[in-house]
Design a protein around this ligand. Structure first.
Ligand SMILES: C[S@@+](CC[C@H](N)C(=O)[O-])C[C@H]1O[C@@H](n2cnc3c(N)ncnc32)[C@H](O)[C@@H]1O
Length: 364
């Protein structure tokens, strides 16, 4: 029998500090995230182009003064707004990224993080009963496409298109396929850089509806959409460029012949994916767990984030490509991605861009 005699008088011989610090950090960060989330929900930053007191804000937005005043203090401490005397105003950061009329508005990213939390809350259930089954189409449909669109505009899109723009084949290209193009922002940028270019964005029918909204939003020209499943359906042909970025089929060898056949001779296959080296282990255990909380009904996932059962390793994929393409350039993540990860689905996580040119007479 365990005796409790000593526990009321002798402190534990092992300090609880490390555990308490961890819990405290988690607890504070969660609450700060809730503050930012609520601030976005009430469009607080839309009201803070000019200095306003909490009192003014409270009557302008029509919400509780006491909590709002404290929220403003916290947001000021976090650097999202600045405080002058007893009034508050947006910082440059919030004007850019937290105001709803900004092209760089990041609310969808936070929404996507919250969607991820819903999966995390079911971790024990997944451990006991297996991953939550979702239709791959639904995963992208949810809000992921909008989150990816908001994120890629923070720098990755601009860097990516500037890398591709340097290729003479891009400047001469007339027809580009954006395979699994989602939001279509890459194609929108490509067609603005090359005025003779006609782009075709291929994606699931339900995602294509969102693509069309982005095309309208940016009044994009020379963009067409094709609905389908790229594993099963015809992707068209006669392309000068096939651009393939962040897709479940990105490391799948079976798609290489299909892509090769859709290209003209001398055309470019540009693929941007998180390739794993042969025998490579985890890049991020947390993201690997997140990846396996859900299972796609169409394609079977692998154990590591962004990996799928049929994937080739980086080395094997390059070997395969080299049979039919000459590798023009391989671009490492530091040239187009962010170093700091949000630690969620949508991060670049060690991706590379491979730019490969279809060899003459190399048709499958
Ligand atoms: C992670 S998003 C990437 C979007 C965009 N290419 C980018 O780089 O930001 C993956 C896209 O591929 C599409 N996709 C995934 N599997 C597909 C399939 N089997 N057929 C067609 N599109 C697919 C998704 O709907 C989604 O729009």
């Amino acid at each position: 029998m365990l005796k409790d005699n000593g526990i009321f008088f002798n402190e534990p011989s092992i300090s609880a500090e490390a555990l308490r610090n961890f819990l405290s950090d988690c607890s504070r960060k969660f609450k700060e995230l809730c503050i930012l989330d609520a601030a976005l929900e009430i469009s607080l930053f839309d009201h803070l182009d000019s200095l306003k007191s909490a009192d003014e804000l409270s009557s302008e937005i029509g919400i509780n003064y006491v909590i709002l005043k404290n929220m403003c203090e916290i947001l000021a401490n976090l650097g999202f707004i600045k405080k002058e005397d007893e009034s508050f105003k947006n910082t440059q950061l919030s004007s850019y990224y937290l105001k709803s009329n900004s092209f760089f508005y990041q609310k969808e990213v936070l929404k996507n993080i919250k969607n991820g939390f819903e999966l995390w809350r079911r971790l024990t259930n997944v451990l006991e009963n297996g991953p939550i089954k979702i239709l791959e189409e639904n995963c992208f449909q949810d809000n992921l496409i909008h989150s990816l669109a908001s994120e890629i505009l923070c720098g990755e899109l601009q860097k990516t298109v500037r890398i591709i723009e340097k290729f003479p084949e891009f400047r001469k290209a007339k027809k580009l396929l954006d395979l699994g193009g989602g939001h279509g922002l890459c194609s929108i940028a490509f067609t603005r850089l090359n005025k003779d270019l006609e782009a075709y964005i291929f994606d699931f029918p339900d995602v294509i509806k969102d693509t069309e909204d982005y095309i309208k939003k940016f009044k994009a020209k020379r963009i067409n959409v094709i609905s389908g499943n790229l594993f099963k359906d015809d992707i068209g042909n006669g392309y000068d460029i096939v651009f393939f970025s962040y897709n479940p089929g990105g490391k799948n060898p079976n798609l290489v012949p299909k892509i090769n056949s859709s290209l003209k001779e001398g055309g470019l296959f540009i693929t941007k994916h998180a390739f794993y080296h042969r025998g490579e282990g985890s890049r991020d255990y947390l993201l690997d767990v997140e990846w396996n909380l859900s299972a796609f009904e169409g394609v079977q996932k692998g154990s590591k984030i962004y990996s799928f059962a049929e994937d080739f390793s980086y080395e094997d994929y390059l070997d395969l490509l080299e049979k039919y393409f000459s590798i023009e350039r391989i671009v490492e993540e530091d040239e187009f991605g962010f170093y700091s990860y949000l630690s969620k689905f949508g991060d670049t996580l060690g991706s590379k861009i491979i730019i490969a040119k279809k060899k003459f007479g190399s048709a499958f």
